[in-house]
Design a protein around this ligand. Structure first.
Ligand code: NAD
Ligand code: MG
Length: 291
């Protein structure tokens, strides 16, 4: 047992801009993805999972947790993130599970289809999908948001989820689960995240609609809505440098969450113990924000 307000780093943090998409290994303090702490209990024994954005941040924490719970795990990430991804593959293998590395850009529909095919081939099937990759860039005004930038965010956060989910459903048996990553931004959008917040609200609606559609196949669909988490997304353009320095300070916890603190939600939604849970959104946000 420990005091949750005292266990992890609090702001102020150093400004530490990295070029997008950023690497977890270059952040300071280093994010905690559960490398030293996550203990599995066989809750996902024999499961086969594809996690997008599994190289760093929340997706990496889910990948480590899934592997330690007994799942084989394929991760997708961008080629620029190979160094982070390699560490995750090693951690999955150290847990005694199969780790499959599938780099590539999910803004491309053809790539999304081949990603699912390669995951199915590499894992010998697919019964868990975590749509977690995301694009967040801070822009103060709608005037700065070009059509190209708006499209980039929507392609990454919405279209890719649609393409990957559609391809994955063709392979998923009854009992499978899909988990999408939304955000508190779906409910209380900040003024500088207009495009991003729009996609996160879309992810919530997509999750609830698809859940009703595919429960007839025995497949559950849920979402996780994180508050502020200490990840490369935030320091590679997701927030202004000034906001990075105070990141998480405005929550009752007075600090950002660490990815390790949200992995259990993904495990819970993936596990068959959550057999009555579908179309729901679960939060972890240090006491501020919905759901
Ligand atoms: P992160 O930077 O560690 O993960 C995002 C990942 O998205 C990257 O690692 C990258 O692999 C992937 N990605 C982005 N564009 C891609 C593309 N075109 N092709 C393939 N992969 C691409 O940051 P994170 O915070 O862990 O983000 C994970 C999810 O959590 C995102 O959906 C994000 O919106 C969501 N989220 C994060 C926070 C937070 O405070 N960190 C809060 C709410 C929601
Ligand atoms: Mg990354």
């Amino acid at each position: 047992m420990f005091d949750p307000t005292k266990r992890y780093p609090k702001p102020p943090f150093d400004a530490q801009p990295q070029p997008w998409p950023g690497l977890a290994m270059r952040m300071h303090p280093k994010p905690d993805h559960g490398e030293q702490s996550y203990q599995g209990h066989g809750r996902l024994s024999g499961r086969k999972a594809l996690i997008t954005g599994g190289d760093s941040g929340i997706g990496r924490a889910a990948a480590i947790a899934f592997a330690r719970e007994g799942a084989d795990v394929a991760i997708n990430y961008l080629p620029a993130e190979e160094e982070d991804a390699r560490e995750v593959i090693e951690l999955i293998r150290a847990a005694g599970r199969k780790g499959v590395a599938l780099p590539g850009d999910i803004r491309d529909e053809g790539f999304c289809r081949s990603l699912v095919d390669k995951a199915v081939a590499g894992l010998g099937g697919l019964d868990l999908l975590v749509n977690n990759a995301g694009r967040q860039q801070s822009h103060d005004s709608i005037d700065e948001l070009t059509t190209e930038l708006f499209d980039w965010t929507l392609k990454t956060n919405l279209y890719a989820m649609f393409w990957i989910t559609k391809a994955a459903l063709a392979h998923m048996p009854a009992g499978a689960a899909i988990i999408n990553t939304a955000s508190v931004e779906a409910y209380s959008p900040d003024q500088n995240l207009l495009d991003y917040a729009t996609t996160k609200a879309g992810i919530v609606a997509f999750t609830k609609s698809l859940a009703k559609q595919v429960i007839s196949k025995g497949i559950r669909v849920n979402a996780v809505a994180p508050g502020p988490f200490w990840t490369p997304l935030q320091i590679s353009g997701g927030q202004t440098e000034e906001k990075v320095k105070q990141f998480g300070a405005n929550t009752p916890m007075e600090r950002p969450g660490q990815p390790a603190e949200i992995a259990h939600v993904y495990v819970d939604l993936a596990s068959s113990e959550a057999s009555y849970v579908t179309g729901q959104v679960f939060g972890a946000s240090g006491g501020k924000g919905e759901p």
